[in-house]
Design a protein around this ligand. Structure first.
Ligand SMILES: Cc1ncc(COP(=O)(O)O)c(C=O)c1O
Length: 383
């Protein structure tokens, strides 16, 4: 039997319909979209259609979409591209719980190019305070980059409020929506963002494709120079099959979202309640906001246990922890420690992230496996 996949926030399988859409462009439809002959025109049309579908998912104009190689590239492009476009000024505001593709990019600008960076703290649910944000902004602030939904906890930031504050001050706002696209509503106007990151492999497209939304009129320098592809924003012959795949994935995500959200939430809540019922509420802690959270994400700390060891003892479930192994010892997740969890509680965390193909049977089986193994390990620890 294949392990139960509960790691959809790490990556998703490619949807068969996405693969079907891509295949012609890996076979006979090999044209370069810049060529004027029929091969090129067909490839160009495929990219145009994919751009329209990607734009439709996030509520923007097609020519505001720049295809990139990944969520990481989109984040780097948004942050470094804005910083350089505004050179002369040099302050960026971000949060302590961002993905490394944001944190390390900010750190790079800080350490190598002398930009000032404010890393906003978060509350116990992982949410920044808009008062802190207002206090952090200076005349030098060129960008605020705050993620939409957190990859480890699923906590959703108050982007609308953040966007309003920044709109009034005319400061560009980037959000990393790698985790939220396809899992919850993402609309660039409601979120009031100027730049927004999409990562293909989090929404059933292949790995190695992403997109960056760039609001019309946003000042942004390019990172990759060369041909005039992507409205002159990102050079390089387009990765047509993967772009087509991302377009199809966005089309499916938009179509299915109204069903996906409630269905996944019911399964996620079932998993949570099932584990609580078997283990008792006192020994399990929910990490992340109880409501303002992606419908698929359940991050739990099992008191007294180490999440990595628990998962090793249940090979039938593929889930993950935010902990990392450094020189032989486990380091707790920086996201969870930023939320105020003790090192021990953070080390006890496991992230279950459900997706398009999670079933009720899988959830029931997972409840059984998790509760039995947690109880067994606790007994062993006591002995
Ligand atoms: C919130 C967030 N941002 C960015 C990324 C990076 O995306 P990619 O793997 O496409 O570079 C991830 C992937 O884990 C993510 O979860």
């Amino acid at each position: 039997m294949k392990p139960i996949y509960m790691d959809y926030n790490a990556t998703t399988p490619i949807d068969p319909q996405v693969l079907e859409a891509m295949l012609p462009y890996l076979r006979g439809e090999f044209g370069n979209p810049s060529s004027s002959h029929v091969y090129g025109r067909r490839a160009h049309e495929a990219v145009v259609a994919a751009r329209e579908k990607t734009a439709a998912l996030i509520g923007c104009e097609p020519d505001e979409v720049v295809f990139t190689s990944s969520g990481s590239e989109s984040n780097n492009q948004a942050i470094i591209g804005t910083a350089i476009a505004h050179r002369g000024k040099g302050h960026i505001v971000t949060s302590q719980t961002e993905h490394p593709a944001v944190l390390k990019t900010c750190r790079y600008l800080q350490e190598r190019l002398g930009y000032k960076v404010t890393y906003l703290p978060v509350d116990k649910f992982g949410i920044i305070s808009t008062e802190d944000l207002e206090k952090a902004i200076t005349d030098e602030t060129v960008l605020v980059t705050i993620m939409h939904a957190n990859n480890e906890t699923g906590t959703i930031q108050p982007n609308e409020k953040i966007g309003k504050i920044l709109e009034d001050r005319n400061i560009p706002f980037h959000t990393d929506a790698a985790q939220s696209c396809g899992k919850t509503d993402v609309d660039v106007d409601s979120l009031k963002v100027d730049l927004l990151t999409i990562a293909g492999h989090k929404l059933y497209a292949p790995k190695g494709i992403g997109a960056l939304y760039v609001r019309d009129g946003t000042q942004l320098d390019s990172l990759i120079h060369g041909g005039g592809q992507e409205q002159g924003r990102r050079a390089g012959t387009e990765n047509v099959p993967y772009i087509v795949g991302l377009g199809k994935a966005c089309e499916i995500a938009k179509r299915d979202l109204p069903d996906f959200k409630p269905r996944t939430k019911v399964l996620r809540e079932g998993l949570y309640q099932g584990i609580l019922d078997k283990l008792g509420g006192d020994s399990v802690i929910l990490n992340g906001h109880p409501e303002e959270r992606l419908p698929n994400t359940l991050n739990l700390s099992f008191k007294g246990l180490v999440g990595e060891e628990l998962l090793k003892s249940i090979p039938e479930i593929a889930a993950s922890t935010g902990s990392a192994c450094h020189s032989g010892s486990m380091e707790p997740s920086p996201v969870l420690t930023a939320m105020g969890l003790s090192g021990e509680t953070a080390l006890g965390a496991v992230r279950f992230s459900l997706g398009r193909w999670t079933t009720k049977d899988e959830v029931d089986h997972a409840i059984d496996l998790v509760s039995k193994n947690v109880s067994r390990i606790r007994l062993q620890l006591k002995a």
